[in-house]
Design a protein around this ligand. Sequence first.
Ligand code: ATP
Ligand code: ZN
Length: 296
Amino acid sequence: MIPRDRLRIAVQKSGRLGDPSRDLLTRCGLKFRSSRDKLFCFGENMAVDLLLVRDDDIPGLIADGVCDLGVVGRNVLEEAGLGVTEASPFRELRALGFGGCRLSIAIPQEQEWQGPAQLAGQRIATTYPHLLADWLKRHDVDAQIVTLSGSVEIAPRLGTADLICDLVSSGATLAANQLQEAAVIMQSEAVLAGAAEAPRDERGDLLELLLRRLDGVLHVRESRLLMLKAPRIALEAITALLPGQPMPTVTPIEGRPDDIALQCVCSGNLSWQDLEAMKQAGAHNMLVLPVEMMLA
Ligand code: ATP
Ligand code: ZN
């Protein structure tokens, strides 16, 4: 293989993960120029390029060294990892907080779920045969796995399987096919994946820089700047209500010695209930703002 000095990241071309993956990398400060065939995006301000592919191809591209990194569902990554005989060639570097779903066993609505043992001897349709086989083995169940490449949810109606093991997010697709979720096999979300060993050349330094920026972006996305005013005597009660126990900056207000202004970055989302509880405790003029960038 021709040696590379630029880091290459595989992302889904379209589908559920495509846009959020590119948005996230853009928020990390990367700028891309797309090629005419829209399969390759050249990194204009850093030596980091994108390859736009089908999500199923991403683990293989990393394993073969064609790409250094990939943004892919944990479900796809772990299925591919179990599919190789040697130790998994991948590493989950960061969970990215989008594309959340679960891989679940679903049974016909008219059946009652009594636990994994009832799956013995049943035919289960799935596109994730390795993850399912691993779960069945851990639960000591002997069932028949019917591997399909898509449209798993209609298999029970077609009579090609008795039940299914598929990705679920809202459950609407299951309900539309008269199925119900019975057991969760794995929780999934989009992850940044890399090879089991990080590159040892300049790409390794780029990877570290990217991970640092990514951590900042992921942290900022969960953070809110809260500003409020309150009577000084209410300070302790209000501080106790701040989610994530941040260290607030408290400043006096000119001409109003009994009042203070408070400012802090809260990690995690602030809810209306949080604000109402602070108002009860004496806070007023509350303002919650998104955080754009953060550098400690
Ligand atoms: P491609 O054309 O790239 O092969 P695809 O149809 O296989 O696309 P998508 O349906 O876009 O892929 O799903 C990509 C990933 O999104 C899944 O592997 C999974 O991690 C995540 N995901 C989140 N919610 C769901 C859901 N309800 N159904 C399927 N995948 C979901
Ligand atoms: Zn796919």
